[in-house]
Design a protein around this ligand. Sequence first.
Ligand SMILES: Cc1cc2nc3c(=O)[nH]c(=O)nc-3n(C[C@H](O)[C@H](O)[C@H](O)COP(=O)(O)OP(=O)(O)OC[C@H]3O[C@@H](n4cnc5c(N)ncnc54)[C@H](O)[C@@H]3O)c2cc1C
Length: 460
Amino acid sequence: MIAELRERVSCPVLAPEDPGFGEVRAVFNAMHPGDPSLVVSCFGTADVVDAVTFARDNGLAMSVRGGGHSIAGLSASDSCMLIDLAPMHAVQVDAAARLARVQGGAVWADVDRETQAFGLATPGGVVSDTGVAGLTLGGGYGWLRRKYGLAADHLLAAEVVGPDGQVRIASENENTDLLWALRGGGGNFGVVTWFTFALEEVGPTVAFGGTFYPIEEAAQVIRGWRDYVAIAPDEVTATCLTITMPADPELPEAVHNRACVVIGAVYSGGADAGMDILRPLRELGTPLMDMSQPMPFTAVQQGFDAFFPRNTLQAYWKSRYLSSLSDEAIDFVAARALDRPSPFTLVNLFHMGGAIAAVAPDATAFAQRSSPFLLSIDGNWTEPADNDANIAWVRRTFQESANYGDDGVYLNFTGRSEEPPDVAMDSAFGANLRRLAEIKAKYDPTNMFRSNNNITPAPN
Ligand SMILES: Cc1cc2nc3c(=O)[nH]c(=O)nc-3n(C[C@H](O)[C@H](O)[C@H](O)COP(=O)(O)OP(=O)(O)OC[C@H]3O[C@@H](n4cnc5c(N)ncnc54)[C@H](O)[C@@H]3O)c2cc1C
């Protein structure tokens, strides 16, 4: 059977006994490495067509891997045919038209490198090793989010291989319902082989704020951050995270093995003016380390990469949008940041609003746009023996955070759920879920693409 597929495609098709089988791009979450029965490492759209057709004809379950950063291990299913897009990472920039065409297996580092050669960028994530595909299809927040919105908001068109093996273009002119769904509705509608993004003028140098305060000052620092962002212009995107720093000889000793509350910020405008505007964020407490400076945008995009190596950490994350950030909520976050069970665990507060909120909730599949804050509880640890304790801590922290507001969840920051799937889907998509189910029924009526945050096709 595999021989037939090998004859059709131009790329490697590997079974577990084949050399190189274990060398397919590793996933981030070591807790969900996946155990596929077949890997097709596609070189282009035609290989994807052949792989999907073969899976359909032979009744094989499929899993699609872009960057492999799914926290829930959605691109790492067992006993499936894995469509691995790692070789498909080309990026083509049309600077005059301010467009980038990006293949389905690219990571953000690929995009930033090519677009920044022209002083252009599109909103991505804050770790350059994250896949463009999963992040964009699920929404996508990064350092440009308040000025330019979500990654999905800059998605102008996509080439999609459907379960029938058909290649469709989704754009403002063709299959407009499919484009609407791809802007936040996840990997439910087929394999995206090419994305077309709008580009903005960014950098190449931007103002970056990165100030590390002692964790004991968290309540004071977060209050100051909240008050600052309430009046900050949309050019400012600021995030507050709590993390324990490594004893890296390149870092000042003051932060070695030290739990810190970090204020990270980017100003999307002139770098000099930006440094002035970000200054108050550097004066919220007693800094242990201050990395704030004008910085190449590509360096900002890679600034957090070292904290997230592939196939090293066990990970279980949960997130919750908050409509406000009361003093009580801040005290809760500060207390939880202090009792993290693992030094690799982060408790993050993202400031939203700006361009995100300027798009109507039904204009794209991505519904949650009004909340000014997102709390993300990122449980990361090294030892599988500690799984239960760490997962329990994340769940408890998540449940208790409901006392401070509950505007729904961000599916891209969600580990394997203990809840029935439709609870999370309702929470994420709200009133858009019905239309998504109809579009799913049109493009994937038998739910062949189901290793994702799955939308059940609407009944006929
Ligand atoms: C270290 C780390 C940092 C992160 N930082 C951010 C951040 O700054 N902002 C943010 O918004 N999110 C962030 N995320 C979350 C991230 O957006 C999601 O995990 C996202 O799913 C990752 O995309 P991927 O392509 O790497 O994932 P994969 O694991 O490859 O895939 C995830 C899902 O997308 C589907 N998929 C992948 N490729 C395709 C394709 N070409 N066509 C159709 N479906 C496809 C898969 O089937 C799966 O369901 C981060 C995650 C990690 C682990």
